[in-house]
Design a binder for this molecule. Structure first.
Ligand code: ARG
Ligand code: ZN
Length: 849
């Protein structure tokens, strides 16, 4: 028997819930397979609602008893929840249910990880804990009692009282159920205190398993810096007496902003120089900040419904990017953000999964925690800030916090505060929230009698369900340079609002070189034919650091594409330009390291498809290898000097300066390995005293060959450390040579330590392999089958993570008929599975549409 097809939910169907909740009291008796949850909830009719049906969500709950105002009732129960007649006046609902956290492999609701109890409720996990109106617009204060013989018992808010085997918590701030959290375990804290700008004394704790003690310092330090930053930059102070963070080993995503009790994937908390890379430290800092910033943009002001997800996520990503830019190098942060945006969001926007920043329908909301909602959502806020200016932005945000504190809001509420605070009409701007797809901006130019004109044309390609697009508001930051490199026009923002529009610059002595889309001022694809010499000129002279990098990147892209399609030799102009950047000591080492990185294989495949050429993954891989070797040879005289110069003596520091030096040094090491057979990399690996260098050298060896012994040594050394071993698994799958990738990955899945129910390990191997473009897209289809088999297997256990990983297939339609047929067959095989989850069902439907 198959279930009826799950029904989509539509934004246009929103109606408020018929009741308000004044207070929630929860009582947990924790047992691995028989946890009892008693709930006492004070409801009252919602004067703003017309529909008074009393329906409470509930899934996989065994109802033990239910009562209204003390009298037992027998509700009608379906797989989605229960309904029951209720009084037309305020009433108290009481229910007791039984659940089995130890059997919860989906890691949603209350579950167990390594002997500890923890919860994940966003988006709709609370309904697996008790019957409740599990929707973000129902906000209430929560009081929670936990009974359990584990030593540390945590929930949201402030501690009320505790004794042996129990603890009570009270969260005075009304919140939606998705922000509920509970943790019970044998945990140790790394602690500090923070005094807020309002004079509140806050106890800060980062809780980890005893084996991980000593690895929480950086997370705690990041938290303190985040708290200070949000006070200084946004005027937002923390509002409880404690702030708890818990590291959990089995977690479906990065982290979760539960009020006063953030729960984290342990990979974004735990760090020591020996076990975490510079990138890990940077991610910890960023994600700790992200979840902390949610306290105001998410918790105090939440979403009316899940279509508004970007209201909190786009804004909070934007805020954490600002924070990272302030903590580190703003230029490097911007470049890295744009690289991720292109690799993930542009890819999404260009394929079958494209959707607007505010989607109009979904079947499973967990499938919409996407790069579009998060990263494009953040870009939209960046554009808004650029358009209204920093002061206008600050005024709008002040109004937002003042007006909407304690509310569940919409994108309309958000735009409204900008309109009121700045007087600007945002009707057209709002299209950024409703139109999917990446706008293409085509630029041509002419110069006559001292007048330089840019002819701008915008067009957004069709996306699923949206054939026709309207012009959007595109802030295009432009600067003009003279041929000797002087800036003749400093950065100016052109507001492109029409389908076609000219920008005119008068009084110029000679035809300038334009620097367009500075700072990546809008998430668009710029289409402009420009000579390689001009790009090399901008790489050498542009005063905008982003565009300086971008000039090199686009030059590299052109060169690589010519190498793929015409088997051309790498252009000498490009190699010379790279050499000039590499040796320019005035440039930040981190910037130089980024400039020495070639565009990835997927980026090249996308660029080829964009030009109407069917990409050949093997040819792309081969061309990229040839290009790397050519760079290695051309810059040969530089490497040894750079390698020596970028040494970081002294104790390890995760700060941006040393991290940049290590990155440049490892880039040099990688190129050197193509000339010395990896000798230097072997030595680097053997001498490494931090994980950045150790894994950096191992990656070089994996790419250039001769890693076997190092891999064994690494595994012997780190076999006991899950997070470090995730790297070992992941790298092998990602960096395996195309012809070996399927076999290597299969062997990894047969490794006794391939604990595939752990999301981090599954992502490392299956996600790592999917990122190996030439391996995954093996012409035989074996890569597709391997991934499909594992998605099917994981879906039965953990639909959310399985569905997320299905995005490996989102580019299948760009390839040749043979590959398309095989990818499609693999997807159809998944679709045909009986008992497929709603999550995966929706994903394969969209991927095949
Ligand atoms: N709100 C969390 C964060 O951004 C992520 C929650 C993801 N939930 C999910 N069901 N995928 O920080
Ligand atoms: Zn978030």
């Amino acid at each position: 028997m198959t279930d009826a097809a799950p029904q989509p939910v539509f934004l246009k169907d929103y109606t408020p819930f018929g009741f308000l909740v004044d207070q929630v009291e929860l009582n947990f008796h924790l047992q691995p397979t028989a946890t009892r949850v008693r709930a006492k909830i004070a409801f009252r009719p919602n004067p703003a609602a017309r529909d008074r049906r009393f329906f409470l969500h509930g899934e996989d709950l065994t109802l033990i008893s239910a009562a209204i105002d003390g009298s037992p009732v027998t509700p009608e129960i379906t797989p989605e929840g229960l309904s029951c007649p209720v009084p037309e006046a305020p009433f108290v609902w009481e229910a007791e249910v039984e659940i089995a956290p130890a059997e919860n492999t989906a890691l949603e609701g209350l579950y167990m990880s390594n002997g500890m109890y923890c919860t994940q409720c966003e988006a709709e996990g609370f309904r697996k804990i008790t019957f409740y109106p599990d929707r973000p617009d129902v906000m209430a204060p929560f009081r929670v009692r936990v009974d359990c013989d584990l030593p540390v018992l945590l929930s949201n808010g402030n501690p009320v009282a505790q004794g042996a085997g129990w603890a009570e918590w009270n969260d005075p701030w009304p919140k939606p159920s998705y922000l509920f959290a509970l943790v019970a375990g044998e945990l140790v804290a790394t602690s500090d205190r923070f005094t807020t700008s309002e004079g509140r004394e806050v106890a800060l704790n980062v809780w980890v398993r005893p084996a991980d003690q000593g690895k929480a310092d950086y997370a705690l330090d990041s938290l303190i810096r985040s708290m200070k930053w949000d006070e200084e930059v946004y005027g937002r102070a923390y509002d409880l007496d404690v702030f708890n963070i818990v590291a959990v080993d089995d977690f479906n995503m990065g982290a979760m902003e539960n009020k006063g009790l953030n729960v984290f994937n342990s990979r974004y908390v735990l760090a020591s120089p020996e076990t975490a890379t510079d990138r890990d430290y940077e991610n910890i800092e960023r994600i700790i900040a992200h979840e902390y910033f949610h306290n105001w943009t998410g918790d105090r002001i939440t979403c009316r419904d899940w279509f508004q997800l970007s209201l909190k996520e786009g804004l909070t990503v934007f805020r954490d990017s600002q924070f990272s830019a302030d903590m580190r190098s703003a230029a490097v942060k911007r470049i890295e953000d744009v690289m991720t945006l292109r690799a993930r969001q542009f890819r999404e926007d260009n394929g079958p999964l494209a959707h607007p920043v505010r989607p109009e329908s979904y079947t499973e909301i967990n499938n919409f925690y996407t790069a579009t909602v998060y990263e494009k959502g953040a870009e939209v806020i960046g554009m808004l800030r650029r358009l209204v200016g920093p002061e206008g932005y600050a005024r709008a945000l002040d109004l937002y916090f003042a007006r909407h504190d304690g509310q569940a809001c919409t994108i309309e509420d958000w735009l409204q505060v900008f309109e009121e605070a700045t007087g600007r009409d945002l009707t057209q701007f709002k299209r950024w929230y409703s139109q999917a797809g990446t706008p293409r901006v085509k630029v041509t130019e002419d110069f006559r009698d001292g007048t330089y004109t840019l002819h701008l044309e915008q067009k957004t390609p069709p996306t699923p369900g949206q054939d026709e697009k309207q012009p959007q508001v595109i802030p295009l930051a432009v600067g003009l340079l003279s041929s000797n490199g002087d800036e003749v026009l400093p950065t100016t923002v052109i507001e492109l609002t029409e389908a076609r529009q000219d920008a005119v610059f008068e009084g110029l002595a000679a035809k300038p070189v334009p620097s367009l889309l500075r700072g990546f001022s809008a998430p668009v694809i710029l289409e402009r034919d420009s000579a390689p010499e001009e790009r090399a000129f901008l790489l050498a002279h542009d005063t905008d650091p982003f565009n300086k990098w971008e000039a090199g990147r686009s030059l590299a892209r052109e060169v690589l594409i010519a190498m793929v399609t015409e088997e051309a030799a790498p252009a000498p102009a490009w190699l010379d330009a790279l050499a000039a950047v590499a040796r320019d000591e005035a440039l930040d080492p981190a910037f130089r390291a980024l400039a020495l990185r070639l565009p990835g294989e997927d980026e090249l495949a996308e660029a080829l498809a964009e030009r109407g050429t069917v990409p050949d993954p093997l040819a792309i891989h081969a061309a990229r290898e040839r290009a790397k070797t050519a760079v290695a040879r051309h810059l040969d005289p530089l490497w040894a000097g750079l390698y020596a110069q970028m040494d970081c003596p002294g104790p390890y520091s995760p700060g941006a300066a040393d991290a940049g030096r290590r990155a440049l040094r490892l880039a040099a090491l990688g190129y050197m390995a193509r000339l010395d057979g990896g000798a230097r990399a072997q030595a680097h690996f053997a001498a490494a005293d931090n994980m950045t260098d150790e894994i950096g050298a191992l990656s070089v060896l994996l790419e250039t060959g001769g890693a076997d012994e190092a891999l064994d040594r690494f595994a012997r050394r780190w076999g006991h450390d899950r997070l470090v071993m995730d790297k070992w698994f992941g790298l092998q799958a990602t960096l395996a040579a195309p012809e070996r990738a399927v076999a290597v990955t299969r062997a990894l899945t047969e490794h006794p330590e391939f604990t595939w129910k752990n999301p981090n390990r599954f992502r490392a191997v299956i996600g790592g392999f999917s990122a190996n473009a030439a391996g995954f897209h093996d012409a035989s289809g074996a890569g597709y089958d391997l991934v499909a088999d594992w998605l099917i297997r994981l879906d039965a256990v953990n639909p959310q993570t399985a569905a997320r990983m299905s995005t490996a297939f989102e580019t299948w339609a760009r390839y040749d008929a043979g590959r398309r047929e095989k990818a499609q067959a693999a997807l159809e095989r998944i679709a045909a599975r009986e008992g497929l989850s709603r999550d995966m069902g929706e994903m394969v439907d969209r991927l095949l549409a």
